[in-house]
Design a protein around this ligand. Structure first.
Ligand code: GLC
Length: 403
C-alpha cells in the first residue's frame, strides 16, 4: 500500500480521501493517507523523522515551497526526470518561474507544484459599504484607519470585534506576513554579497507598523502573537468578528461555505502597501515529491501524475479554492465562473515574492520567527529585534556558506 502524507485544513482530508478512492479504482493501487498537522513547521518535522531514519514510508508527500530546498539538498527526494518522461508529464504546463525557482536542484527536477499560494486581503463588503467605504484600503495606513473606525462602531453590538486579523504566532506563517509588510515598503530579507540585511530602515518601519496594530491602534487582537496562525485567523473572521483578514486563497471557499457566518458578504483584494511601495504577496504553495527511500517509486509516480493531471487540479481548485500549479486550469470556464477573484488577482501570484531559496532557509526562518515574534510580544523593541536577528542570522549564513 502506497503511503501518502498530506495535511492542511480539515476539509482537505475529505477531498484527498475521495481522490485516493478514485485513483485506486483507476489503477488498482491502494493509497493510505497519512494525516499531518496544519502547521507547516510541524509537517516538516514529522517528515524529517522517517527520512532521517531512511524509512521507506511515506512514499510520497506534499512539501511546502519553503522547505523544498532543504529536502532536495539533504538527498531525500527521488529525482523526477525519469518518471516525468515515463509518465508523459508535461513540465511545461506548470508555472516556469515556480518550477525553475523551487523544484529544480542542481539541474534535476525534484518536485512539481500542486498549488501556488499568495497572501490576500479578505474584507467584509457589507461592513465597508455600511460605513461609507467604497473599496478596500490601498495602503497599510488606510487599513489601520478604517479598521479602527469600524471596530469602534461594531463593538457597540459585537464586543469582541477587531479590525484586522493576520498570522503573528511564532511559526513560518509569521515570516510570510513579515515579508509582505517589509517588501511593500521596499525592504525584505536581502543579501549583499555574503551579508544578510535585515536591520534596514524599511524593515524597521514595517515591523513598527506590525507592532502598532497590536499595541498601538489595537485593531489586531492581543492573541495575534501567541495564537494566530492561518486557521485561527480564518475562524475568527468567519465568525463575523473582524473586518479584514490576511490569509491564503484556501480561506475563500471556506468563508463562502454553508457553515460560514459571512457567506456572500466578503471580497478579496491584493494586500495594501506602504506609501512608497507596491502591494506584495509572499509566494507560498505546496509541491509533491517522492521519497528517495520509497520501495514503491513507480506507483508513487503514477499517483503524482494523477494529482497533477488537469482533471485533479481542476477538482482541487473547485473544491478547495487552491490556485493550480498548472497554468491551463486557469482558462477553464467552470473554474473561472466559481472563482472570479482568481482572474482578478492573477497579478498577485505573478508578482509574489519568494522566500530565499536556500538549503538552510528553515534555520534562518526559525531565528527570524523568534525575534519578530518577540517584537510583537513587546519583549524587544523593533530596533533591538532587527539588530539582534541580523547578527544571529549572519552567523547562520557564514556557517552554511563556508566551504
Ligand atoms: C501556506 C503556504 C506556505 C507557507 C505557510 C505558512 O501553507 O502555502 O508556503 O509556508 O502557509 O504558514
Amino acid at each position: 500500500m502506497l503511503k501518502f502524507a498530506i495535511g492542511g485544513a480539515p476539509n482537505e482530508f475529505d477531498v484527498w480521501e475521495e481522490l485516493a478512492g478514485e485513483f485506486e479504482r483507476k489503477t488498482g493501487i491502494k493509497v493510505d493517507l497519512l494525516h499531518q498537522s496544519t502547521d507547516t513547521d510541524q509537517r516538516r518535522q514529522s517528515l524529517i523523522i522517517p527520512l532521517e531514519a531512511r524509512r521507506s514510508d511515506p512514499d510520497i508527500f506534499l512539501m511546502d515551497v519553503a522547505w523544498l530546498g532543504q529536502f532536495a539538498a539533504s538527498d531525500w527526494l527521488e529525482p523526477l526526470d525519469r518518471h516525468v518522461r515515463k509518465g508523459n508529464i508535461d513540465v511545461g504546463s506548470f508555472f516556469e518561474k515556480v518550477v525553475n525557482g523551487a523544484d529544480r536542484f542542481e539541474g534535476q527536477l525534484m518536485a512539481l507544484p500542486v498549488y501556488v499560494d499568495g497572501g490576500l486581503l479578505y474584507f467584509r463588503e457589507d461592513l465597508l459599504s455600511r460605513y461609507g467605504y467604497s473599496q478596500p484600503p490601498q495602503t497599510w495606513g488606510e487599513l489601520e484607519e478604517i479598521a479602527g473606525h469600524v471596530q469602534e462602531k461594531q463593538r457597540k453590538t459585537n464586543p469582541d470585534f477587531y479590525g484586522f486579523v493576520w498570522q503573528g504566532a511564532q511559526y513560518e506563517g509569521l515570516i510570510c506576513n513579515f515579508i509582505e509588510y517589509a517588501a511593500s515598503n521596499n525592504g525584505g530579507i536581502r543579501f549583499s554579497e555574503d551579508r544578510i540585511i535585515l536591520d534596514s530602515k524599511e524593515n524597521l518601519e514595517a515591523l513598527e507598523f506590525m507592532v502598532g496594530l497590536i499595541h498601538g491602534s489595537m485593531v489586531s487582537p492581543p492573541n495575534t502573537f501567541t495564537e494566530m496562525k492561518e486557521e485561527e485567523a480564518r475562524s475568527f473572521f468567519q465568525r463575523g468578528k473582524a473586518l479584514f483578514e490576511r490569509n491564503w486563497p484556501y480561506a475563500w471557499s471556506l468563508h463562502q461555505s454553508e457553515e460560514s457566518e459571512i457567506r456572500g458578504r466578503i471580497g478579496a483584494a491584493a494586500l495594501p502597501h506602504f506609501e512608497s511601495g507596491t502591494s506584495v504577496s509572499t509566494l507560498g504553495g505546496w509541491h509533491v515529491g517522492i521519497s528517495v527511500f520509497s520501495d514503491k517509486k513507480d506507483n508513487a509516480a503514477q499517483l503524482m501524475k494523477y494529482i497533477l493531471s488537469y482533471e485533479t487540479q481542476k477538482k482541487l481548485a473547485l473544491r478547495l479554492g487552491w490556485n493550480p500549479g498548472r497554468k491551463d486550469v486557469y482558462q477553464d470556464t467552470e473554474v473561472l465562473a466559481r472563482m472570479p477573484h482568481l482572474a482578478q488577482l492573477r497579478g498577485v501570484f505573478e508578482n509574489a515574492v519568494s522566500r530565499p531559496n536556500l538549503p538552510y532557509y528553515t534555520r534562518l526562518s526559525e531565528v527570524l520567527q523568534k525575534y519578530i515574534n518577540a517584537a510583537l510580544a513587546g519583549k524587544l523593541t523593533p530596533k533591538k529585534a532587527l539588530t539582534e536577528v541580523e547578527r544571529e542570522a549572519q552567523k547562520i549564513v557564514e556557517r552554511y556558506s563556508s566551504p
